[in-house]
Design a protein around this ligand. Structure first.
Ligand SMILES: Cc1ncc(COP(=O)(O)O)c(C=O)c1O
Length: 358
């Protein structure tokens, strides 16, 4: 403790504010992601809340991307609203056009790129330029890229959130959140970190730290497998569109090439119109793809998604069922064989066309 009574960052003082294991994880993530310092939380959701609470007070306005992880949007619509913060959901493709949505009291612009479920890429530098001109803080959810594949600070973010539960932990066996900051955003986030008390235990921090040691090899494999599956799926007659920013014909490809160092293993698929029963036949019979919401672990996952029920700034036709895939560490050929059998089940479950009478 210094004479002033002010605690140094990384000083052992009280377990909730961090142990040596917490500090080792925080330092590692901050360095790898390109930020100044990092704070560890007990979940990604707690990290998102802390980042928002650090910068918003009653009477402020928040610009939240419409393609944000559902519970981030729910914070804007629920808890933050109750505490007097207003918000506007904006189209992820808005770019510099966000200027028109800025209000005199807009204090935070929240981005997530690619977007949850629908995978739109955001022009972060264009958005950050507008936000900073107005004195607003840019917070981004960088979980898709992990701390390794995108340096959000070089793109203009002030604060980056990671659901460490996903790629950082990497084995679906612990929950963790990280908020990494630039120097000027340090104090407000530190205050929110201490106020919330949503600290992870040292064992979970240890698992996060261990995950950081193998992140690069896992991501390389999962990114490659994801792209292989995405390319295979794009050729299937049952598939209308694959939502993956690293595919050259994806609308977000140029931004992804410019801003990211690689792809992780999470992407979306839009099927051609088919019954719910047929989609269930596809998903329910997989041998390797599990059905789970929390991705970023070693196993492959497939779930149905419902953007038409959630999106407010873009139209999604409910006749075209949507899925989200996560590529795990299994052999890609085994995954493709599993998918192939899945499409056989889907086609069998389709209602047969009535034969014309001769
Ligand atoms: C993009 C994104 N951000 C944040 C979270 C929240 O993370 P956690 O499950 O650790 O609360 C998730 C979880 O699915 C997510 O997908």
């Amino acid at each position: 403790m210094k004479k002033s009574g002010k605690r140094e960052f990384g000083e052992v003082f009280y377990g909730r504010h961090g142990t040596p294991t917490t500090f080792a994880l925080q330092d590692t993530v901050a360095r790898v992601e390109g930020g100044w310092r990092s704070f560890a939380f007990s979940s990604g959701k707690a990290a998102i809340l802390a980042a928002l609470m650090g910068f918003l007070v009653s009477g402020d306005h928040l610009l939240m991307v419409d393609s944000a992880y559902g519970p981030s949007r729910e914070l804007a619509k629920g808890l933050l609203k109750r505490f007097g913060v207003t918000h506007t959901l904006y189209d992820p493709l808005i770019g510099a056009g966000i200027e028109e949505l800025m209000q005199p009291n807009t204090r935070v612009v929240f981005t997530e790129s690619p977007g949850s479920i629908t995978f739109e890429m955001q022009d972060m530098p264009a958005i950050a330029k507008v936000a900073h001109k107005a004195g607003a803080t840019v917070i981004t959810d960088n979980t898709w890229a992990s701390p390794l594949l995108c340096d959000p600070f070089s793109l203009g973010a002030d604060v980056s959130v990671q659901a460490g539960t996903k790629y950082i932990v990497g084995h679906s066996d612990a929950m963790l959140g990280m908020v990494t900051v630039n120097e000027k955003s340090y104090e407000p986030v530190k205050q929110a970190f201490e106020d919330l008390g949503a600290s992870p235990g040292p064992d979970d921090c240890y698992l996060g730290l261990r995950g950081m040691r193998t992140l690069s090899v896992r991501l390389e494999r999962q990114g490659k497998t994801g792209l292989k599956l995405a390319r295979w799926l794009a050729k299937r007659p049952e598939v209308a569109r694959v939502l993956h920013p690293a595919l050259p014909d994806d609308p977000g490809y140029k931004i992804w090439r410019r801003d990211f160092k690689g792809a992780s293993g999470l992407f979306g698929v839009v099927l051609n119109p088919v019954s719910e029963k047929a989609v269930a036949a596809l998903l329910d019979g997989f041998e390797l793809f599990g059905m789970g919401y929390s991705w970023g672990g070693y196993e492959s996952l497939a779930i149905p998604t419902y953007p038409h029920k959630i999106r407010e700034t873009s139209e999604w036709d409910p006749a075209f069922p949507c899925l989200r895939f996560h590529a795990g560490l299994e052999h890609p050929d085994d995954l493709i064989a599993d998918l192939e059998k899945g499409f056989e089940r889907l086609n069998k479950a389709k209602p047969r066309k009535a034969k014309k009478r001769g």
